[in-house]
Design a protein around this ligand. Structure first.
Ligand code: UD1
Ligand code: MG
Length: 450
């Protein structure tokens, strides 16, 4: 084992063990370092066994389409679950110490997690286990998407029940300018059951949206690394600028305690999935990682803010909707086309034939999208549309920026994800509080905890 690995592992053990008062933040960093190296050690050892068991795919964007181990995302996912189980004492035992140690109790009450909050944590873990199971089933049996689409909402039921019992806030704030324009008396509107439906929709959306922004090396896991980094940045703004005694501090410490170890295992997976990919992550990773974000957003009470970091995924979903909902034929794979002659990725096409004709409504919409540079069309000499580019963000980036090598294409999309998310983060902490009059999460949480 290399010296750097040994010293990193020693550092992680130090962070976790020196911690006589069970500090969650240091322990999270320690577990992330440990998770990274452990996952890096396991993937190359276990990947050949996946191929032996038939779990492999063909890398469509390489010469000769080499066989590549698939479903490897299950390794970091299971590592994460075990790390989080080991993490439980660091999150919840400290509160017990706090009861008998007044000096700690008075100085930092909000940095502790009361034992009662363990139910929220465990419901999150249960939810993630269900998603790993669903992902594995999908990788093994290729479940049709209309059959698996709603399952994440069922997996999220324990989480929603805990939200109902523990927190129960279902009102959303009305921006100042709307209240003033329409002379509305209250500051918030209660959505009741619709807020639970919204959270169920978040649980469905996050895993599926990661799975459909896919098809080039590094993108499935890369997007989850960027989203996790943005969420951790959001948490750190509360931890560094917020009041240590506030409820928001506690909630965001909880969120980053979940996300930092996730980051460790995700970076390890990215190392092996980055171009040229040595492994494929499989649907297991897409469902699991998407659900990690839904769990953190729902149990951290920021399910609305969470969506600010999913803007590219929301765009990709809306843009894909005609293909997802059958208005436009949807081939099994919509990933871009690899041209072996120049080694670049070109947009892929949906072709219209007698059996799969272009629907009249889309024949009317497509020319408008073409003018807006949102689609590429091919017409026959009679002017009839014979092909249209597949409607994914990846193909659109190729239409905008031209053919690219696979890794450059992935870098452009990840950069886009980071920049859009960063702008959203800045707006979240500047313009949005001004529009709403006061900080939403801060106030509601204060009501809940105090
Ligand atoms: C989703 C997309 C599909 C896309 C596929 C790529 C929708 C509705 N579905 O389907 O259009 O083609 O993801 O993952 O948008 N692969 C590569 N290189 C990669 C990653 C994947 O060649 O970097 C290929 C491999 O053959 C691999 C297969 O894609 O075996 C995995 O596809 P899978 O995840 O099963 O597809 P879906 O999630 O069903
Ligand atoms: Mg997939």
């Amino acid at each position: 084992m290399a010296l750097s690995t040994v010293s990193a592992l020693a550092f992680s053990v130090f962070l976790v063990v020196h911690n006589d008062r069970f500090q969650p933040f240091e322990a999270a960093v320690g577990f992330a370092v440990f998770g990274y190296f452990f996952t890096c050690m396991l993937i190359p050892r276990l990947a050949p066994m996946f191929v032996k068991r038939g779990l492999f795919g063909k890398d469509m964007s390489k010469v000769g389409k080499p066989v590549t181990p698939e479903t490897i995302g299950v390794i970091p996912a299971v590592c994460y679950l075990f790390l989080m189980i080991l993490f439980i004492p660091f999150m919840y035992v400290r509160y017990y110490y706090n009861q008998s140690d007044n000096s700690v109790a008075l100085s930092e009450p909000a940095s502790l997690f009361p034992n009662g909050k363990l139910s929220s944590f465990l419901s999150g873990m249960l939810c993630l286990e269900s998603m790993i199971l669903l992902g594995m089933m999908d990788d093994l049996f290729d479940i049709r998407w209309r059959h698996k689409f709603f399952l994440p909402a069922i997996a999220a039921i324990p989480l929603l029940v805990i939200y109902y019992v523990d927190f129960g806030v279902t009102s959303v704030l009305i921006p100042n300018f709307i209240r003033n324009s329409f002379h509305i008396a209250g500051t918030a509107v209660d959505l009741g059951i619709f807020y639970y439906l919204y959270m169920g929709a978040v649980a469905i959306f996050c895993p599926n949206s990661v799975n459909i922004l896919a098809g080039i090396n590094g993108l499935e896991v890369g997007q989850t690394v960027v989203i996790a980094a943005l969420l951790i940045l959001n948490d750190l703004t509360y931890l560094f600028m917020g009041d240590i005694a506030s409820a928001a501090y506690s909630v965001h410490l909880y969120s980053c305690s979940m996300l930092i170890p996730f980051m460790g295992v995700a970076l390890a997976l990215l190392r092996f999935n980055w171009y040229p990919a040595r492994v494929f992550v499989g649907d297991t990773w897409c469902y699991f990682s998407g659900m990690v974000f839904a769990v953190v957003g729902i149990s951290g009470h920021f399910a609305k803010t969470l969506m600010l970091f999913f803007v590219p995924q929301i765009f990709n979903f809306i843009y894909s909707a005609p293909q997802l909902f059958g208005l436009v034929p949807c081939p099994r794979h919509r990933l871009p086309h690899f041209n072996a002659k120049d080694g670049l990725m070109y947009n892929s096409w949906t072709e219209y034939t007698r059996e799969t004709p272009l629907k009249p409504v889309m024949a009317a919409v497509f020319p408008i999208l073409e003018r807006l540079k949102l689609i590429r069309l091919v017409r026959n000499p009679q002017g009839r549309i014979t092909k249209s580019s597949n409607m994914t963000l990846i193909n659109l980036v190729i239409i905008w920026f031209g053919p690219k090598r696979e890794d450059v294409l992935c870098e452009i999309i990840l950069l886009l994800q980071f920049l859009v998310g960063f702008v959203m983060l800045a707006l979240r902490h500047t313009v949005i509080p001004i529009l709403f009059g006061f900080d939403n999460s801060w106030n509601m949480l204060q009501r809940f905890y105090m």
